[in-house]
Design a protein around this ligand. Structure first.
Ligand code: SF4
Length: 326
C-alpha cells in the first residue's frame, strides 16, 4: 500500500530557521576571521529562514542576503543620530497596539514575531506588548472612528499569527462597516512561501474587504518561482501585491541589482511600490546610503524602466502626514 507523505506545514518549516550563529557559520563554511565579526549576543537575535540561507554564497560575509540577517559587531558602532524610535512611533501610538499616523488608515501591531530578523528593521527596539492576544480596545477605537477606511496589519509580521487568529481578526475588522480595505505588511513569504497555504487563501477569498499585500524584498536573489507560485494564489483572488524595499549599503545600492529586482517583480504582476531611505535606527548605521547616491540610482532606474516599474524613493519623517518623496 502506498503511503502518502504530507508536505511540512509552514510552522514545521519555520522550526528549521537558523537562530544560532555557530550553526549558521558552520553551514556557510565561515572561517575564524569571519566568525570573529559576528555579534554573538544581542537583544535582537539571529533569525534566518532556511530558504534564504540556501541562497547565500558560502565562505564569505560579502553576500547581499547574509548582510541583511547576520548580527555583526558593526551594530555596536556608536552613532547618536541613530535612535531606538527613528520614525516617532511612540507618539503615534493611540493604544499599545494601534498606530494612527496618517489620515484614513491605522496600523495594527498584531504580533512581535517575524519569520526573520532584518538587522536594519526600524522596529527592532519597539516595545511590543506581547502578552495580550486580543485586540478589543484597538477594534473599539477603529469602530468609533468613521474616518478609518483601511486597517494595516503589521507587527512584527502579521503572517506569524495562526490562520485561526487571522480569521477571527479579519472577520471582526470586516464587521466594521466603514472599513473597506485591509492591508498586510509582510516579509514572511520571502522566507517561507509555504505560509500562503490554502486555508489562508480561503480566509482572504471569503473576506468582504479589498485586500492589499505589501511584501518586502530588497534583492532579486530573495525572489524565485516558489515565492511567485505562492503569491499567485492570492493574485487569483484579486489581491493586489506591492513590494517595498529599503536602500541598503552593500545589499542593493547598485543599479543592476535594483533594475533586476524591479523588473522581476513587475514580470510577476507585483508593483515596486516604495524604495525607502533607511530609517536611522540604532545598530543599523553601517547600512546607510547617502541620499544623493540614492537619487542618482533612481534617476538611472527611470532611464531603464517604464514608470510603473520604478518605485517611489521615500523617507518617513516623524510627524509628517505622509511619506516624503526624497
Ligand atoms: S520582517 Fe519586517 S518587521 Fe520583521 S524584522 Fe524584518 S523588517 Fe522588521
Amino acid at each position: 500500500m502506498a503511503i502518502s507523505v504530507l508536505p511540512p506545514t509552514w510552522r514545521q518549516i519555520q522550526k528549521n530557521n537558523f537562530t544560532k550563529w555557530a550553526e549558521l557559520a558552520n553551514f556557510l563554511e565561515l572561517n575564524d576571521e569571519q566568525t570573529a565579526k559576528i555579534l554573538k549576543k544581542c537583544r535582537f537575535p539571529l533569525n534566518l529562514p532556511y530558504r534564504l540561507a540556501t541562497k547565500i554564497e558560502k565562505s564569505t560575509l560579502n553576500d547581499p542576503i547574509l548582510k541583511q540577517f547576520l548580527p555583526l559587531t558593526a551594530e555596536e558602532l556608536e552613532n547618536t543620530s541613530f535612535t531606538n524610535d527613528p520614525v516617532g512611533e511612540k507618539k503615534a501610538l493611540c493604544s499599545p497596539k494601534l498606530l494612527h499616523k496618517y489620515h484614513g488608515r491605522v496600523l495594527l501591531v498584531t504580533t512581535s514575531s517575524c519569520a526573520m530578523h532584518c538587522r536594519y528593521c526600524f522596529r527592532r527596539h519597539f516595545d511590543y506588548e506581547v502578552e495580550r492576544k486580543v485586540f478589543t480596545p484597538e477594534l473599539d477605537k477603529i469602530r468609533n472612528d468613521s474616518t478609518v477606511k483601511e486597517v494595516i496589519l503589521s507587527g512584527g509580521d502579521p503572517l506569524s499569527l495562526s490562520n485561526d487568529a487571522l480569521r477571527s481578526l479579519i472577520s471582526q475588522i470586516g464587521d466594521i462597516p466603514h472599513v473597506t480595505k485591509l492591508r498586510f505588511h509582510t516579509r514572511f513569504p520571502i522566507g517561507i512561501p509555504e505560509r500562503i497555504d490554502s486555508e489562508f487563501v480561503d480566509i482572504i477569498a471569503n473576506s468582504r474587504l479589498k485586500v492589499w499585500f505589501v511584501i518586502h524584498s530588497n534583492h532579486p536573489r530573495e525572489l524565485g518561482q516558489d515565492l511567485f507560485n505562492s503569491l499567485n494564489q492570492l493574485q487569483k483572488e484579486g489581491v493586489v501585491i506591492l513590494n517595498q524595499s529599503v536602500l541598503l549599503a552593500g545589499v542593493n545600492d547598485d543599479i543592476e541589482t535594483l533594475r533586476q529586482l524591479c523588473e522581476t517583480l513587475v514580470d510577476e504582476g507585483i508593483v515596486p511600490y516604495y524604495l525607502h531611505q533607511l530609517d536611522r535606527v540604532a545598530g543599523a548605521s553601517h547600512f546607510e546610503v547617502p541620499v544623493e547616491e540614492g537619487k542618482k540610482l533612481l534617476e538611472q532606474l527611470k532611464r531603464l524602466l517604464p514608470g510603473y516599474a520604478v518605485p517611489r524613493y521615500v523617507k518617513e519623517i516623524a510627524g509628517e502626514p505622509y511619506k516624503v518623496e526624497v
